[in-house]
Design a protein around this ligand. Structure first.
Ligand SMILES: CC(C)(COP(=O)(O)OP(=O)(O)OC[C@H]1O[C@@H](n2cnc3c(N)ncnc32)[C@H](O)[C@@H]1OP(=O)(O)O)[C@@H](O)C(=O)NCCC(=O)NCCS
Length: 450
């Protein structure tokens, strides 16, 4: 993480005794208490998960985030009471193998006494400036419906999505057969093989996070059951101790409402993903049944949270009881031409072998409030430049609002967008064919850094 060399005009007086400033290590408990209250669904039950997550983010141990990555608005007329806060969790993601920096604003909240005064709006201006300063090309948020659209975000990248497997449908071992694998918690020494396996897990996702060594170490140690950051990584090994696969799961904590969720899973080349997944389903069922002894509401199944599609769904076959469609990350791409140029190796690769291989010509995109042309020469994206629309609907394709982001992040095809938004369309068949090649439907399942 870059040091904050610019304070973005903070601290800043907002009037009525309110002061916007960066967080400090001494704020930890006050912000943790604030977040546990503001993000709880019940006034009598503070959200301990968010409180502990706040502590971890501010502790100085997090790989990218510290106390000064939080913004707080305090009320000097009420003893420095916290009125509003949010933070930025920086990370690196990949688009089809091209790394890009991401800023993730999180734990956004304002005390009820201070709502509708533009505090979050002001905090977002500052956090976007910090994110830009760090060279982050994209901002993402996991958030309440609709709210963040007003800050330039589209709900345009798959988030979550799962298949449910009831315990009664977990594949049984054949009579008399023995398991050929066993499960053990992953350790720091496993990081090289975990990285190899994580790359296999991510291969089915257009967008994924790049985990460096620090992030691996941090996440392998994230063992506070009552935190949003809680993870358990396991190695699947043969009875001879050969690594055959890995998985990351939250094994159903004693908390009454927590399900048994599996987020990552891959088998090493040479091993059957079906065999590894079936073994894991049995092993996890056993752990869940043990954990059920301490729960008021027993778990009844496993949730494979791999988004819309993943090889594990194929490997396990039609044994799932339910499909949960993905929600969406909010995504903001403040410099769209810059981002498109950044990922151009992916776009150029998609042209190779397509029906428009070696394409030359301009693809003029009209976003109604501004226009850009992607200039291709023999299959290479040479430049992206603004173009001046000669009429309101001039351009090869038109995209209202943030609809183009759905195409860019593989969530919807042009045809699907056109079906929902009548003002979103290609105005000629060349543009339609080219856009389908450049931006195919490609689901994502991102293991975000918490
Ligand atoms: C959502 C929340 C963060 C908004 O904080 P805030 O400081 O009141 O937000 P702002 O005043 O900056 O709001 C900016 C704009 O958002 C919209 N907005 C905010 N709250 C709204 C509401 N309850 N209903 C409709 N629009 C709302 C409005 O357009 C508002 O501008 P306006 O008041 O000029 O019309 C706050 O209500 C909150 O903490 N809620 C509980 C926790 C939560 O859900 N956090 C988000 C987790 S992802």
């Amino acid at each position: 993480m870059l040091p904050v060399v610019d304070n973005f005009n903070l601290p800043r007086r907002l009037g009525d005794g309110l002061v916007l400033r960066w967080g400090r290590p001494g704020d930890v408990e006050a912000i943790a208490e604030f977040n546990s209250r503001i993000h709880s669904s019940s006034p009598t039950e503070p959200d301990l998960y968010v409180a502990n997550w706040t502590r971890e983010l501010m502790s100085g141990n997090h790989p990218t985030t510290q106390a000064h990555d939080f913004l707080v608005v305090v009320d000097e007329n009420r003893n420095g009471k916290i009125a509003s806060t949010l933070n930025l969790i920086s990370q690196t993601w990949s688009y089809g193998g091209i790394p890009f920096r991401v800023g993730r604003p999180e734990i956004v909240g304002t005390d009820p006494d201070y709502r509708r005064r533009g505090l979050v709006r002001t905090e977002f201006e500052v956090i976007h400036a910090l994110s830009a300063f760090r060279g982050e090309m994209v901002q993402v948020i996991t958030g309440i419906p609709h709210y963040y659209r007003q800050y330039g975000y589209g709900m345009s990248l798959d988030l979550s999505g799962a298949r449910r497997l009831d315990f009664h449908a977990v594949p049984k071992l054949e009579n008399g057969a023995q398991e050929s694998f066993r499960l053990r918690p992953a350790k720091f020494e496993d990081i090289p093989v975990l990285s190899e396996l994580y790359a296999i897990h991510c291969a089915s996702s257009l967008v994924s996070r790049i985990r460096d060594n620090n992030e691996w170490r941090y996440e392998l140690s994230a063992n506070n059951e009552k935190s949003v950051s809680y993870h358990q990584f396991y190695i699947v090994e043969t009875l001879d101790g050969e690594v055959a696969g890995y998985t990351e799961a939250i094994p159903g904590t004693p908390d009454p409402n927590s399900p048994f969720t599996i987020h990552e899973l891959a088998a090493r080349p040479g091993y059957s993903l079906r065999a590894v997944s079936q073994f894991l389903a049995r092993a996890f069922k056993e752990i869940a049944e043990e954990n059920n002894k301490h729960r008021k509401e027993p778990m009844v199944g496993l949730s494979f949270n791999f988004g819309e599609s993943h090889p594990v769904y194929t490997a396990l076959g039609n044994i799932f009881s339910r499909t949960i469609p993905p929600y969406a990350f909010y995504v903001r791409v403040p410099d769209l031409p810059g981002f498109l140029m950044h990922i151009r190796p992916v776009l150029e690769k998609r042209l190779i072998g397509s029906v428009m291989e070696n394409h030359t010509g301009a693809l003029r995109l009209n976003f109604y409030s501004y226009q850009i042309a992607l200039n291709f020469e023999h299959g290479r994206l040479k430049e992206i430049a603004p173009f001046k629309a000669t009429s309101y609907q001039d351009g090869d394709a038109l995209f209202p609002g943030t609809t183009f982001l759905d195409l860019l992040f593989g969530r919807r095809t042009l045809e699907e967008l056109r079906y929902i938004f009548p003002d979103c369309f290609a105005s000629n068949s060349g543009a339609q064919v080219l856009l389908d090649i450049l931006f195919p439907h490609k689901p994502s399942h991102v293991a975000v850094l918490n």
